[in-house]
Design a protein around this ligand. Structure first.
Ligand code: VG1
Ligand code: CO
Length: 543
């Protein structure tokens, strides 16, 4: 087998976003596109020579082909070994765990996560560092810099490797170990949670529905929930991963997981419902007639963490992304632990987790996780809830009622305006940025602005600073609006409007969030001119 050095030229726009590089699949399949980016990953991280990596993806269209290309390139670049999930499949949290467990130099994850997959949808590639977490900004900047100067990549001339059976094989001088994608992850979950208590819950007739959304968590959820914990067969639905996620949008929220929502709000609803996204790092939690926002879920898990064996000794601290609601802050207060506020994206939690400053982390976008891996973890969150439900013996709705009575309720909603003209979206952000200095003290749509700024984060562990992480406006009485442009979209710009208001009056805990937030929504539009600038009279997605 010979190694070729293939001449290439830099390709525009290979800048990793919130979570890796995501593009339309045909773009990724275009000449040199994947190869350039993979070579830039190797070059930007000190070369692949002698290194060991983990490789896997969420099974979307092009996952299998891309894996073969990456393996040939790793071999050509002198990598010592690659540990690959069977059929090149690994959920993102399982990949993170494998990197840590095997002490590898990092891993490459093929996924565009919650974005749809298919020949004309999205594909993505992301590099995770040796701690198992998404490459921090300093590293993605180096990778991006490489993409701008690249002149050649290395490729081994070889046939496809058979990845269909666990075992060890080789490609040129490189060792390849194909592993069962579920086994190690399942062992980790059994170490963290009280599996006996959850088993007893199901044995007592507790019913749940887990919607895997035709994505990667199907095999994991089947093995753990049905196989090990005794949930009745059929509790996990849409469990076979498909390259286009059954034509659906594998984003676990009330919009895209509508059938699950209908079941949970219908007659004969099961006790508990959950869903996960394309690559298995997001989660949605819904009780019988009781949807739990991701921000609330984080707060509830923090408040109940000591019911879980792995966290029985208490939490060291918690962290949330800035746009996530302040619900967890008050739990942290009552526990007397630190609460960190980071920019959007899991890579910003890595240092806090590595340094032992935070145990639980979460994002409003359905991401929850802990120091057990360095990614958010969908099934872990579901098992956490099951563990809490088993120990408390209450329904999801009752747990929420208790929680709000104790801590107050952060009414919360996110309005997304998708595929907006990029210039219009940037114009909107610039216009709001221009008002930040003068907004405080003014009254907008009946609300008094108490503060306004552009969020910047100083990492307390390595001292790095990340600027331009979202515009925020605070209102008297605990209301807040945050505006951000998405860093995961592949079409135009997506404007995210995060809306929040704290309610402490116990008689006001059961409102529709859109009604409870009406004045904050009006203030957001008054400040940002969303309707006029985007030309949209309503958001595309409300979560
Ligand atoms: C979105 C979410 C963010 C999340 C990211 C990756 O980013 O808002 O909270 O970390 O997706 O999640 P953005 O830049 O589009 O707002 V996943 O499950 O797509 O890896
Ligand atoms: Co994801």
């Amino acid at each position: 087998m010979s190694i070729h050095t293939v001449a290439t030229a830099p390709i525009e726009g290979q800048k990793p976003g919130t979570s890796g590089l995501r593009k339309k699949t045909p773009v990724f399949m275009g000449p040199h596109y994947l190869e350039n980016f993979v070579q830039s990953i190797f070059n930007g991280t000190g070369g692949a020579d002698g290194k060991t990596y983990v490789l896997g993806g969420d099974g979307r269209y092009f996952n299998d082909r891309a894996a073969q290309v990456i393996l040939r390139m790793a071999a050509a670049n002198g990598a010592k070994k690659v540990i690959v999930g069977q059929n090149a499949i690994l959920s993102t949290p399982a990949a993170s765990h494998l990197i840590r467990k095997r002490g590898t130099d990092g891993g490459i994850i093929m996924s565009a996560s919650h974005n749809p997959g298919g020949p004309n949808e999205d594909f993505g590639v992301k590099f995770n560092a040796a701690n198992g977490g998404p490459a921090p900004e300093g590293m993605t900047e180096k990778i991006f810099a490489e993409t701008k100067t690249l002149t050649a990549y290395k490729m081994l001339d070889a046939q496809d490797v058979d990845l269909s059976t666990p075992g060890t094989t080789s490609l040129g001088a490189m060792e390849i170990e194909v592993v069962d994608p579920v086994a190690d992850y399942q062992d980790l979950m059994a170490e963290i949670f009280d599996f006996d208590a959850i088993r007893a819950l199901f044995a007592g007739g507790f019913r749940m529905r887990f919607d895997a959304m035709h994505a990667v968590t199907g095999p994991y959820a089947r093995a753990i929930l049905e196989g090990t914990l005794g949930a009745p067969a059929g509790s996990v639905i849409n469990a076979a991963p498909s390259p286009d996620f059954g034509g659906g949008h594998p984003d676990p929220n009330p919009i895209w997981a509508k059938p699950l929502m209908e079941e949970m709000y219908g007659d004969n609803a099961p006790d508990f419902g959950a869903a996960s996204d394309g690559d298995g790092d997001r989660n949605m939690i819904v009780g019988k007639g009781a949807y739990v926002t991701p921000s609330d879920s984080l707060a509830v898990l923090a408040a109940n963490a000591t019911l879980v064996p792995a966290y029985a000794g208490g939490l060291r601290g918690v962290a949330r992304s800035m746009p996530t609601s302040g619900a967890v802050d008050r739990v942290a207060d009552s526990l007397g632990i630190a609460c960190y506020e980071t920019p959007t994206g899991w890579k910003f939690f890595g240092n806090l987790l590595d340094a032992g400053r935070a145990t639980l982390c979460g994002e409003e976008s359905a991401g929850t996780g802990s120091d057990h891996v360095r990614e958010k973890d969908g099934l872990w969150a579901v098992l956490f809830w099951l563990n809490v439900l088993a120990k408390r013996g209450q329904s999801v709705a009752d747990i929420m009622t208790d929680h709000w009575a104790r801590f107050g309720r952060n009414y919360y909603s996110r309005h997304d305006y998708e595929a907006v003209d990029s210039a219009a979206a940037n114009g909107l952000m610039d216009a709001v940025r221009g008002q930040l200095a003068t907004l405080p003290g003014s009254s907008v749509a009946g609300l008094t602005v108490t503060g306004a700024d552009e969020f910047a984060y100083d990492d307390p562990v390595d001292g790095s600073r990340s600027e331009g992480q979202g515009l925020r406006m605070m209102f008297e009485g605990g209301g807040r609006v945050v505006l951000r442009l998405s860093g995961t979209g592949t079409e135009g710009a997506t404007l995210r409007v995060y809306l929040e208001r704290l309610e402490t009056d116990s008689a006001q805990m059961d409102k529709d969030p859109q009604d409870a937030l009406a004045d904050v929504i009006a203030a957001a539009d008054a400040i940002a001119g969303i309707t006029s600038r985007t030309g949209r009279d309503a958001p595309d997605v409300i979560t």
